[in-house]
Design a protein around this ligand. Structure first.
Ligand SMILES: *[C@@H]1O[C@H](CO)[C@@H](O)[C@H](O)[C@H]1NC(C)=O
Ligand SMILES: *[C@@H]1O[C@H](CO)[C@@H](O)[C@H](O)[C@H]1NC(C)=O
Ligand SMILES: *[C@@H]1O[C@H](CO)[C@@H](O)[C@H](O)[C@H]1NC(C)=O
Ligand SMILES: *[C@@H]1O[C@H](CO)[C@@H](O)[C@H](O)[C@H]1NC(C)=O
Ligand SMILES: *[C@@H]1O[C@H](CO)[C@@H](O)[C@H](O)[C@H]1NC(C)=O
Ligand SMILES: *[C@@H]1O[C@H](CO)[C@@H](O)[C@H](O)[C@H]1NC(C)=O
Ligand SMILES: *[C@@H]1O[C@H](CO)[C@@H](O)[C@H](O)[C@H]1NC(C)=O
Length: 517
């Protein structure tokens, strides 16, 4: 009797496993990119004991998965960062080294291959919700770059006017209501696309995060043909202007605009990830959350903490300039990241290994058994073993491109990371939020920091020391390596031509192209 009971239990367990949709199936991939997300915006990254969290849900994802504390953006401004995420290649290879504008004719070159294109060919259902910023004309639109479904903004939410002017510096950018007697705004109203159609212009940015969550949930729940899905969500938060639903007003712990926006962002992520659970796919879905680059120092005016990386830059920037977005300082490059995959990835892991947004494409491809195009060189690495808890080499080399600083060519490497050390070749040239511009300066020999011990970059090594000499030799080698790799690669040139006629406009009879859904 007892024996039969055990056998029965055993059989039931076996059947439960076999019928579960997570059994022997390629995983769903959910990538969530948070705009201008500073390292310490995820408070657990900085000091879990003392800093109150305005991102409680993200903290729980990280605590039940892997939290990366030395994870880097591939560039410190939107367009090149996103191009690198989608291709696994640096801007020097794809040609995408600076932002596209609302008048850009070109985009991410079409002979570069996005992960959406690869996954779609491999039978995945592909969707994107949010900010694209890799070209607006048909050829470069997300629907032409591998996404079956698209809902979002073609570029940043400050690249145009709005009917709900938000928190920006200077405050807001209101759209004129009528055509007559108006000044011509620089850009048209910020447009919202559903696939290839503009459905609202200017978009209501107050409710945008809510709509993103709804559309992402709709995509996730629209299961078809038992196909796995790949969904890329590129949130508007924390990019200025900051706007959010009244529901979150004064709900954050510091009751400021910045904290409230963080809280709405966190809630948006929760709504999206919960949909995966609701359809019973939580154990078959890899969720990867990351920032696209460091924060803009809007924080200093909007009630957030200033950038936590406050080291030597203060002196170098002569009281002006920035350590955040667009710089090669840690504040520009080191971003929050976490991977959550219950049942496959053990919870509670904190990874101090140097990793990059460039690693996402090779890693998800490997997990999904999808092959990357072989006729080019990738800067990203497959870190599957690391996700699964195996040791990973610590001598990673990363190149940080100039992402908009004056006085240096965009895409050229302003800093190089080898293991624990980082050489900084270029400083200054980026204004802080009060408009102060640090002096653009080249450093030959470079400043070298041990960013493992000194993440604030406060104490450059003494150039006369033996340690400096040996580290510097390694840095020079790394530069020679990348030069050789670039020379041997199939590289692309991106078209940065601008034409006012290329702008997205759903109503050419109105000065800001106004139309509403
Ligand atoms: C967007 O495209 C997808 C895939 O073609 C389609 O299923 C969906 O209905 C389209 N949506 C709209 C609003 O055109
Ligand atoms: C934008 O959406 C919010 C929230 O739904 C609403 O309160 C506000 O009136 C809308 N703005 C405009 C200009 O319609
Ligand atoms: C938020 O708090 C501030 C300061 O305490 C107050 O002036 C404001 O009215 C509050 N806003 C809301 C929506 O509760
Ligand atoms: C991966 O794909 C290859 C070739 O298509 C196939 O032989 C192999 O079984 C697949 N592996 C897994 C784990 O699905
Ligand atoms: C570049 O493309 C050519 C032609 O497609 C190919 O033969 C070559 O192997 C590629 N180079 C690299 C580095 O993959
Ligand atoms: C690498 O190439 C760049 C650009 O061509 C050049 O300025 C630099 O000197 C090269 N560095 C090394 C170490 O060869
Ligand atoms: C893309 O096209 C350009 C121009 O035809 C070529 O030089 C480059 O090698 C191509 N890049 C890739 C990745 O194939």
């Amino acid at each position: 009797m007892d024996f039969t009971h055990h056998v029965l239990t055993y059989l039931l367990v076996m059947m439960a496993c076999a019928s579960s949709s997570s059994f022997n199936k390629r995983p769903n991939i959910l990538i969530i990119l948070v705009d201008d997300f500073g390292f310490a915006d995820m408070s657990g990254n900085w000091s879990p004991q003392t800093v109150p969290s305005n991102t409680p849900y993200l903290e729980s994802l990280a605590d039940n998965g892997i939290r990366f504390v030395d994870f880097h953006a591939a560039a410190s401004v939107c367009t090149p960062s996103r191009a690198a995420l989608l291709t696994g290649r640096l801007g020097k290879r794809t040609g995408v080294t600076r932002n596209f504008s609302p008048f850009s004719v070109g985009g991410l070159p079409t002979n570069e291959t996005t992960f959406a294109e690869t996954f779609k060919s491999a039978g995945y259902r592909t969707g994107m919700v949010g900010k694209w910023h890799l070209g607006i004309t048909k050829e470069f639109h997300p629907n032409s770059r591998g996404f079956d479904f698209y809902y979002g903004l073609p570029y940043s939410n400050d690249m145009g006017c709005s009917d709900d002017p938000g928190h920006n510096i200077p405050i807001g950018n209101p759209c004129p209501k009528d055509r007559l007697g108006e000044e011509d705004p620089t850009y048209p109203g910020v447009p919202l696309y559903y696939n290839e159609s503009i459905v609202a212009q200017p978009v209501n940015q107050t409710s945008l995060s809510k709509r993103y969550a709804e559309m992402a949930v709709k995509f996730i729940k629209n299961e078809q043909d038992d196909k796995p899905f790949l969904l890329y969500v590129a949130l508007t938060h924390m990019h200025v202007p900051l706007l959010y639903m009244d529901h979150f007003k004064n709900k954050s712990l510091n009751k400021g605009i910045y904290g409230d926006t963080l809280l709405e962002m966190d809630n948006t992520v929760q709504t999206i990830v919960s949909a995966v659970k609701e359809i019973g796919q939580e154990k078959n879905t890899l969720v990867w959350v990351a920032g696209d680059n460091g924060p803009w120092e809007a924080k200093c005016e909007l009630g957030g903490d200033p950038s936590p990386f406050i080291g030597v830059w203060q002196k170098l920037e002569g009281g002006g300039g920035s350590t955040s977005k667009m710089t090669v300082w840690e504040g520009g490059h080191r971003v929050p990241a976490a991977v959550y995959w219950p049942g496959t990835i053990k919870g509670g892991l904190i990874s101090e290994v140097t990793t990059s947004m460039l690693d996402i494409y090779p890693t998800i491809a490997s997990l999904a058994n999808v092959t990357l195009p072989g006729d080019r060189i990738y800067d990203g690495k497959d870190i599957t073993d690391h996700l699964l808890g195996k040791p990973f080499p610590k001598d990673r080399v990363l190149y940080h491109p100039n992402s908009g600083a004056l006085g240096s060519v965009p895409g050229d490497f302003g800093a190089v990371r080898v293991g624990d050390y980082k050489a900084v070749y270029f400083t200054g040239g980026i204004a802080d939020c009060r408009g102060k511009l640090g002096k653009a300066e080249s450093h030959h020999p470079p400043l070298i920091f041990n960013v493992r011990e000194d993440p604030m970059e406060s104490n450059p090594l003494d150039p006369g020391s033996k340690l400096y000499q040996s580290i510097y030799a390694g840095m020079k080698e790394a530069m020679i390596d990348i030069n050789a790799s670039l020379k041997n690669d199939n590289r692309t040139v991106a078209d940065y031509t601008e034409d006012p006629n290329a702008k997205p406009c759903c109503n050419p009879h109105h000065v800001v192209c106004r139309c509403q859904d």
